[in-house]
Design a protein around this ligand. Structure first.
Ligand code: BES
Ligand code: MN
Ligand code: ZN
Length: 500
């Protein structure tokens, strides 16, 4: 990834191959300001500037004389000020940086005064600009012999001449860290299942723990059996790759005993559907069925890197859902970690089985301040909300509001769906304490209600269904085709926040 730096000097000394100048439509006068004049004195008089309007999506490349500190400017149209939102801003910055990469420019300058004049909050704009720039150039190509092209630009720096450099620097760092979390999530979720079994994921988690300074403990299949996590082990029993429950902990000094915020991620490293096998078309996408676990791992890692001000536990419920002679069958009855028997109906509804044991574990081992699970859980959620927003299930209005706000701030929209009690009827079993699927209709709600069955009434809990948002069919300015990393930023945002 390009290096992010800071040029905290008089604009006359800012230096880069190209300077980005974002501004709103019809506000060309906003670019005539002393800082830009200092950095690129030729710019205000550039003849081509007369054609620049600032329309949404407009990028205009202007050239100055060759022997100056800033010989090029790329104006970045943001559209009308009263229609400008953070998504438009992120996309515009990403498209601008993609153009710089395409042109092979090595170094890019982002003048902070131009951000300062935009709506949305100065620090947030810096954070989002930095994050967008980093995500726009990130490619998952470590499996290729040769990367498609060298990662350009080499660095992007914020030109700053104000007096609040500490805040600007901190905002930049938050943007960098947010991008790191998304990048980690994407890389993990894009990794093919043959290279990332549950035990590999455990190894990766241990490596990250070492690097970022949090703790990591792994329960292997024997430990899972010993502790009665029969639902998670049932999911993994048809695979040659045994299941794992990976336990991560970030505990800031002095807060080791605090009630932790617990994130639980679905870590199905491959979902073939099991004996209820999925159709071939699209099955390859199911290497991404651990995107929830990846987001949790990334969020805990980055929260630890930042030394986030609260205790956080991450639980990754990892298994591979495969159809061999030992696989669970439709009709089987298994025993979950809370002692309840579960009638298996469709072996493709494995995510809720992996998760329910982790949810029980979260409440047995700790007294959580809140539990938030995140999972590529149901195709029904993607059908209901499309691939742009994820489902949020939560009975607590305040927690729901916090999650909506956290997601909204970082470009990960959630939409609240109901935990509608009457549908719990669907989960009644004639032969066991509960069955794990209901009818096709309301599938996302049925899955959420199954999970709620395992929650104590007095534990704050939210369930995030990211099926659909986890995977991009087409590339976009901010994300190549494949895993999107959706959810990592929301969790990080929550980890950064105060009491929950
Ligand atoms: N991992 C899938 C859900 C999924 C589907 C995620 C498409 C991303 C894209 C999950 O394990 C699954 O198979 N769910 C079933 C549940 C059904 C059998 C009750 C589904 O949604 O069809
Ligand atoms: Mn499945
Ligand atoms: Zn699945």
């Amino acid at each position: 990834m390009p290096e992010i730096s800071f040029q905290n000097t008089a604009p006359e000394r800012w230096k880069a191959d190209i300077m980005l100048v974002p501004f709103c439509e019809g506000e060309i006068e906003s670019v005539f300001r002393p800082e830009l004049d200092g950095a690129a004195p030729w710019f205000a008089a550039a003849p081509a500037l007369r054609d620049v309007r600032g329309e949404k999506g407009e990028l205009a490349l202007l050239h100055g004389p060759p022997d100056v500190f800033v010989p090029r400017v790329l104006t970045v149209g943001l559209g009308k000020r009263d229609e400008l939102d953070m998504d438009t801003f992120r996309k515009a910055m990403a498209e601008a940086i993609s153009l710089c990469a395409q042109k092979n420019y090595d170094t890019v300058l982002l003048p902070e005064p131009m951000l300062n004049s935009l709506p949305g909050g100065w620090e947030r704009l810096i954070e989002e600009a930095v994050c967008a720039v980093l995500l726009a150039v990130h490619r998952c190509d470590e499996l290729k012999k040769q990367p498609e092209r060298p990662e350009k630009p080499r660095w992007v720096s914020l030109g700053y001449a104000g007096s609040n450099s500490d805040c600007a620097r901190a905002a930049m760092r938050r943007g960098e860290n947010a991008a790191l979390a998304v990048k980690m999530t994407r890389e993990l979720a894009n990794t093919p299942a043959n290279l990332l079994a549950p035990s590999d994921l455990a190894q990766k988690a241990a490596q990250f723990a070492e690097r970022y300074g949090f703790s990591c403990a792994v329960m292997d299949e024997n430990a899972l059996t010993r502790h009665g996590l029969g639902a998670l082990t049932a999911v993994g029993q048809g695979s040659a790759q045994p299941p794992r429950l990976i336990v991560l902990e970030h505990a800031p000094e002095g807060r080791e005993q605090e009630n932790p915020l617990i994130f639980v991620g679905k870590g199905v490293t491959f979902d073939s559907g099991g004996l209820c096998i999925k159709p071939a078309a699209g099955m390859h996408e199911m290497k991404c069925d651990m995107a929830g676990a990846a987001a949790v791992l990334a969020a805990v890692a980055v929260a630890s890197l930042e030394n986030a001000p609260r205790r956080i536990i991450g639980l990754l419920a990892c298994a591979e859902n495969m159809p061999d002679g030992k696989a669970m069958r439709p009709g089987d009855v298994i025993r979950a970690a809370n002692g309840d028997t579960v009638e298996i109906v469709n072996t493709d509804a494995e995510g809720r089985l992996a998760l329910c044991d982790a949810l029980v574990w979260a409440q047995r081992e700790w007294t959580p301040s809140a539990v938030i699970d995140i999972a590529t859980l149901t195709g029904a959620c993607a059908v209901a909300l499309g691939k742009g927003m994820a489902g949020l299930f939560c009975d607590d209005a305040e927690l729901a509001e916090r999650i909506l706000a956290a997601g909204g701030a970082c470009g990960e929209p959630f939409w609240r769906l109901p935990l509608w009690k009457p549908y719990a009827e669907h989960l009644k079993s004639e032969i066991a304490d509960i069955r794990h699927t209901g009818p096709r209709e309301g599938g996302a709600i049925n899955a959420a209600l199954f999970l709620r069955h395992f929650m104590n009434d007095d534990t704050l809990w939210a369930h995030l269904d990211i099926a659909g948002t986890d995977w991009a069919e087409k590339p976009s300015a901010l994300c190549p085709k494949g895993a999107t990393g959706f959810g990592a930023r929301t969790l990080l945002e929550l980890a950064r926040g105060g009491a929950l």
